[in-house]
Write a protein that binds this ligand. Structure first.
Ligand code: R5P
Length: 310
């Protein structure tokens, strides 16, 4: 078993290597003067079961290209099996045609990864479960739910929380965590009643006096979370925290979260936290390496991955 790290999240790759008692396979990613990517694997990988860890996070196109070129290099170096470990699968939000003459970029990216020579994919909390079907190779989609469940239980202080989906599209994900915690579920239903009028937030469920935990896959601008948290507080919630797998946190998101009514935002390190995230007082990062490392160990040993979530 060999483990190669792309440049998008080296600390995560190193933590996974630590979990698996491996040293990272030596390789270099260089740039030509015009920024073309050049990859060189500096160890023999012939006949090996190779895992390449790369989140296709910001800068998404560069990180995606680096992943594709690493896979091509491994394939041409006769690796026996290549598993693309993509903790954060960028482009996942473009998983359907929102209007005429628009792309389905998630499918295009799945095709690119497959065509480059990937044998299997390991990813985490895909934006929509059906993206798994965009790949015609085995694809394991892990859930951060057990990691979140453990943290929530440790920080409950006797409260019975209410798990809340910040939009109708996230209900399945929120229900999964609510079930594990044996907690109630509420839903924020955003609606624009008439064009040009501002969005109305309806809360399905009684959150009065409750400690609410918003659950989502991605926090990008932070708008969805901050607005949902405000709507919950307006309906009498006692406190609102959020558990989100992928901290994309673009632009002024960290400042927006800091200035919001959110007590705390908990994310994983599927995307390497920026200095702003590390310095934020109400953002906490949970390590995801043990979950990904264990799944990789099971894949290498041909053991069950789904039983990780029983
Ligand atoms: C949407 O379907 C996703 O699950 C997230 O709710 C969304 O991507 C969050 O984006 P933002 O933080 O920019 O509101």
């Amino acid at each position: 078993m060999k483990l190669l790290a792309g440049n998008s999240n080296r600390p995560l790759a190193e933590a996974i290597a630590g979990y698996l008692n491996l040293t990272l396979t030596k390789g270099i990613v260089r740039r030509f003067a015009d920024m073309e990517v050049f990859v060189e694997i500096l160890e023999n990988v012939r006949g090996e079961d190779v895992f390449i860890v790369q989140s296709t996070s910001f800068p998404a196109n560069d990180n995606l290209m680096e992943l594709l070129i690493c896979i091509d290099a491994l394939s041409r170096a006769s690796a026996r099996r290549i598993t693309a470990v993509i903790p954060y699968f960028g482009y996942a939000r473009q998983d359907r045609k929102p209007g005429p003459r628009t792309p389905i970029s998630a499918k295009l990216v799945a095709n690119l990864i497959t065509t480059a020579g990937t044998d299997r994919v390991l990813t985490l909390d895909l934006h929509a479960g059906q993206i798994q079907g965009f790949f015609d190779i085995p694809t394991d989609n892990l859930y951060s739910a057990p990691v979140f469940e453990r943290d929530i239980r440790e920080n409950l202080n006797g409260e019975v929380p209410m798990v809340v989906s910040p939009d109708v599209g996230g209900v399945v994900r929120a229900r999964l965590l609510a079930r594990r915690l044996n907690a109630d579920l509420a839903i924020v239903d955003k609606r624009r009643e008439r064009p040009g009028e501002s969005e109305v937030m309806n809360i399905i469920g009684n959150v009065d006096g409750r400690v609410c935990l918003l659950v989502d896959d991605i926090v990008d601008s932070g708008g969805t979370l901050c607005n949902a948290a405000q709507a919950l507080m307006d309906k009498g919630a006692k406190a609102v925290s959020a558990y989100v797998t992928h901290g994309v946190l673009s632009g002024g998101a960290v400042a927006r979260i800091a200035g919001s009514v959110l007590k705390e935002l908990v994310i994983t390190d599927s995307i390497q936290p920026t200095l702003a995230v590390q310095g934020a007082t109400n953002i906490r990062v949970l390590p995801i390496a043990p979950l990904i490392g264990e799944a990789m160990r099971r894949i290498a040993k041909e053991e069950s991955v789904s039983s990780l979530f029983d």
